[in-house]
Write a new protein. Structure first.
Lengths: 217, 345
């Protein structure tokens, strides 16, 4: 059995999850402080990928990064291409997983007791210290939930990924595209094996989260 | 120690306008909820920005809208005790106390100071507990120790006892008063509780819709609140409009009574206040009354009565009479002394 799809999926999910984590909490923090009208507009834009069909997201990505598009062409001159290559999978996963991180982080930040930040400031603590050592731990539950949801979403991403990077064994194949490809070509046994792999990974992720939560309590 | 505040800030329902200088050890600002008192403290701490004005603490300018000075809260050297204490839930009692010195927490003098504060605030044995595992009183003392560790030039207390039940409140007021006296730094406390203000402060002011209407030594404020709002805030139950007949004669139309005073009445006087404890039958002015109800309180009777000639529709007068002084039969005529009349405007 060729394990490339497992490695590729994990790599794509992990990298996009890290990027989504920072991007999500950064934007959540910024948007939570904005005036209400602007907040509403940005909220819609940043959440849109969650409600759009992933194929539509993939379409938008192709519009921007396609080989014949200005940005796609510009990137190609530096030897970077997000089409038909695994980094494109990262891009697709970021787009669809981002709203999950952003929404949960924003919810956590909004219910966060801002007196803690104020107290930190009057105690002379730097804004960075307050954010990472006080606000983030206080919002831990929500942030953790966001990470898990984003990781799970990135791992299971199919629509936008197949639009952008297709399925090339050993190059762009992920677990979900492999399952579809195996099933389509009548290779039910392999399809089922990859389904089992996917279920196993998901179960491990959820178990880890539960254990982390218990230890922290 | 001295704090000068002269600020304006427009809020949704009114404009906060405070102008005072405090140099006593313990100053209290009394105000009903929504009077802008927390906002005032936040402006002093730099957590909120006034629209215009000037704030100076111990000779250092913290805020000056004209010179565009607005020092960050981190650099104001102001300690702020929040109503809910704002302890960091992910840190133990000791970590909370040490947080302002987290970079040099291993220095001997920092360790000694922390140990000293832990002992002063009776937190021994709780150092390694998390805030949600200790009592409300311990949380408050932890927050206080955490502030003291940062060695502020002034302490701002935002309704520090409001979240505590009555029994614990008095005990903690007494403890905190002692601790703060020993600490020696200037303290500004905001509260809506007149007893708290009377017990703890040297000077007190009253805030009404963002305006600081009276500001003077606490005992004087309670003896002569000057304004109707301040009289209500210090708990005066009977406040009625008056007419000045001539410079020594006052009439109270709604009560249907008049008094001849030995001293001239200030012309600005529009109301008088008589505290509920100041009635009796052996007083300067005595009037016939009739009784219309009451309630038994913990240590005293609360009696409602009306003067014989009292206007229909006007509120009953409140008389608070300790059980030990209650006669078998309530007197037919009661009144008050001239010295107990609060002249208000």
């Amino acid at each position: 059995m060729d394990w490339y799809p497992l490695w590729n999926s994990l790599r794509i999910a992990a990298i996009s999850c890290v990027i989504v984590f920072f991007l999500g909490i950064f934007l959540a923090q910024k948007v939570a402080r904005l005036p209400r009208a602007l907040k509403g507009i940005l909220d819609v834009i940043l959440t849109l990928p969650l409600v759009l069909p992933p194929t539509v997201c993939g379409y938008f990505l192709l519009l921007i990064f396609g080989a014949r598009r200005p940005l796609g062409r510009l990137l190609a001159t530096y030897g970077v291409s997000f089409v038909m290559s695994w980094p494109g999978g990262v891009l697709a996963s970021i787009l669809v997983a981002f709203p999950l991180m952003y929404r949960t982080a924003r919810g956590a930040f909004e219910s966060y007791n801002k007196d803690l930040t104020s107290a930190g400031r009057t105690l002379g603590l730097s804004d960075l210290y307050i954010f990472w050592r006080i606000q983030m731990p206080a919002c831990k539950q929500g942030i953790l939930a966001g990470i898990v949801l984003a990781f799970a979403r990135a791992l299971g991403e199919y629509g936008a990924t197949s639009m952008l990077i297709g399925y090339t064994p050993g190059r762009t194949a992920t677990i979900s595209t492999t399952v579809y490809q195996m099933w389509r070509t009548g290779n039910d046994v392999m399809a089922f094996r990859w389904v089992l792999v996917n279920v196993a990974i998901s179960a491990v992720v959820l178990l880890t989260v539960n254990m982390l939560e218990k230890r922290n309590r | 120690m001295s704090l000068t505040v002269r600020i304006r800030k427009k809020l949704s329902h009114f404009t906060l306008a405070a102008d005072f200088s405090a140099d006593d050890h313990f100053t209290c600002l009394l105000g009903a909820s929504g009077s802008g008192k927390s906002m005032l403290l936040k402006c002093i701490a730099g957590l909120e920005k006034p629209d215009e004005g000037y704030i100076e603490l111990n000779g250092k300018v913290l805020y000056d809208s004209e010179k565009k000075i607005d020092i960050r809260p981190q650099d104001r050297n102001v300690g702020y005790l929040f109503q809910n204490y704002a302890l960091f839930p992910n840190m133990t009692v000791k970590e909370n106390i040490l947080v302002s010195r987290h970079k040099d927490r291993n220095l001997p003098e920092v360790k000694d100071r922390a140990a000293e504060l832990i002992s002063l605030l009776q937190l021994e044995g709780f150092e390694d507990k998390y805030p949600n595992r200790i009592s409300g009183g311990q949380q408050q003392r932890t927050a206080l120790a955490r502030i003291m560790m940062s060695d502020p030039g002034i302490l701002l207390l935002d309704e520090p006892f409001a979240a505590l039940d009555a029994n614990l409140r008095e005990k903690l007021q007494m403890e905190m008063k002692d601790v703060l006296a020993e600490y020696g730094q200037q303290v500004i406390m905001v509260t809506h509780d007149r007893d708290e203000a009377y017990r703890m402060s040297d000077a007190a002011g009253v805030l009404k819709e963002g305006q600081l209407i009276v500001f003077k030594p606490t005992r004087e404020l309670f003896a002569n609140p000057e304004t109707v709002t301040a009289a209500g805030m210090i708990g005066c139950k009977n406040i009625v409009p008056v007419q000045i007949q001539n410079e020594n004669e006052l009439s109270v139309p709604s009560w249907g009574i008049r008094m001849t005073m030995t001293k001239p009445v200030p012309l600005e006087t529009t109301h008088i206040g008589i505290k509920a404890h100041h009635f009796g039958n052996n007083k300067d002015y005595i009037f016939p009354v009739y009784y219309c109800g009451g309630m038994e309180d913990t240590f005293e009777h609360i009696i409602r009565f009306r003067f014989q000639e009292q206007e229909a529709g006007s509120a009953d007068v409140w008389w608070k009479l300790p059980y030990a002084q209650t006669p078998d039969k309530l007197p037919d005529e009661i009144g008050f002394d001239e010295k107990d009349i609060l002249l208000l405007h």
